[in-house]
Structures are given as structure tokens and as C-alpha cells.
Ligand binder design. Structure first.
Ligand SMILES: [Fe+2]
Length: 191
């Protein structure tokens, strides 16, 4: 079993299992944000980026059975020959409260993955209602305002986003880094 995964290896597995277009966009965005945050914290950019890219790997496989969400991803990655506990714990706990087994977020890395993958939904929903539908010029204050409006992008887990502050990172700084990360791949994600 390999205890780390390169970017090409992660991309190859992602290509193999994740086919739904919006999930591909969501996971590419999550990867970009995780890479940006790794740089911010001086951490392993490939580990963080690949965790973002692969966190929803099982979504086309579980077919709506969220009890298996995250758990199935880890099973797939093990079958592919990988054993990466830090990554696996974050992937399983990003479905805290949803999947079987009662996994909880405990480490900074867990909190960061959960916040990152949820903020993509918030930023995408915000950009989608702008006249030009462009991320350029988006501000943390605008996103924070939408976070407070429960009905806006209602499926986005606010608690997981606010929990970013458990890592010592301020919410507005986190959102700015996320906007920056998504802006850098704006063309690829169509905003
Ligand atoms: Fe996700």
C-alpha cells in the first residue's frame, strides 16, 4: 500500500470514478481551495489538493445512499492501493452527521476540508446570481451576507464553514483565499 498519492495518480482515479459534470466542477474547485490553503499554512500542497479532488469520489457509486458517503471513497482508494490515514479521516468526517459510523471532524485538516468543500457551493451560488456570472470582484463580505440568509443555497452546511475558525483562520480571510483560488481557475469552472 502506498502512503501518499501523486497529483497524476489522483487525477487518474478521479477520471475513472467521477463522471457527473457538476461533481467534477465541485471537486476541481475544492482542490484549488485546498491547494491555496496548504500554501497559506505552509503544508503539503499535493496531499491537501488531492484530498479536495478526491473527497466526493464515491458520489456516482453510492447512488444517493449517503450512509456510505466517504466510507465508499476510502474503500475505492484502498482497492487502488493507497493507505493514507490523514486523507481518509478527513474524507470520512466531511460527511459527519450523514454517513454511518458516527465519524466526527477532529483535526484542523478535517475542519479545513469540510469548510473548503462547502464554501465552493456558497461562492458558486453567489456568482450564479450576479448579472455577469463572473467571480472577478467577489468579496468575502458579500458571501458572508449570503451565509446569513438561510434560504440562499440552503444545502450548503453553514456550520462546517463557520468551523474554519477552529483552525485559527478568520472566516473572511478563509473566504478571500477561496475566492482567489477559484478565480485562478475561473475559465476552467466557467465563471
Ligand atoms: Fe463535496
Amino acid at each position: 500500500m502506498k502512503n501518499n498519492i501523486t497529483k497524476p495518480e489522483a487525477k487518474q482515479i478521479w477520471e475513472k470514478y467521477l463522471k457527473t459534470e457538476y461533481l467534477r466542477l465541485h471537486t476541481i474547485e475544492s482542490e484549488a481551495i485546498m491547494r491555496k490553503l496548504a500554501k497559506h499554512f505552509g503544508k503539503d500542497e499535493d496531499l491537501w489538493g488531492n484530498t479536495g479532488l478526491l473527497h466526493d469520489l464515491d458520489m456516482d457509486v453510492i447512488n444517493g445512499d449517503y450512509r456510505m458517503h466517504g466510507i465508499k471513497t476510502v474503500e475505492i482508494l484502498k482497492n487502488e492501493g493507497f493507505e493514507i490515514p490523514v486523507m481518509f479521516d478527513a474524507i470520512i468526517s466531511h460527511a459527519e452527521g450523514v454517513n454511518e459510523g458516527g465519524a466526527k471532524r477532529t483535526t484542523d485538516f478535517d475542519y479545513i476540508l469540510s469548510a473548503a468543500e462547502n464554501i465552493t457551493g456558497m461562492i458558486s451560488a453567489y456568482v450564479a446570481v450576479l448579472p455577469e456570472k463572473k467571480i472577478a470582484g467577489a468579496k468575502p463580505s458579500s458571501i458572508i451576507k449570503r451565509l446569513k440568509t438561510k434560504a440562499f443555497a440552503a444545502s450548503v452546511n453553514r456550520e462546517f464553514i463557520y468551523d474554519i475558525e477552529k483552525t485559527g483562520l478568520k472566516l473572511d480571510v478563509f473566504i478571500q483565499l477561496s475566492i482567489d483560488a477559484m478565480s485562478e481557475i475561473a475559465e476552467e469552472i466557467g465563471m
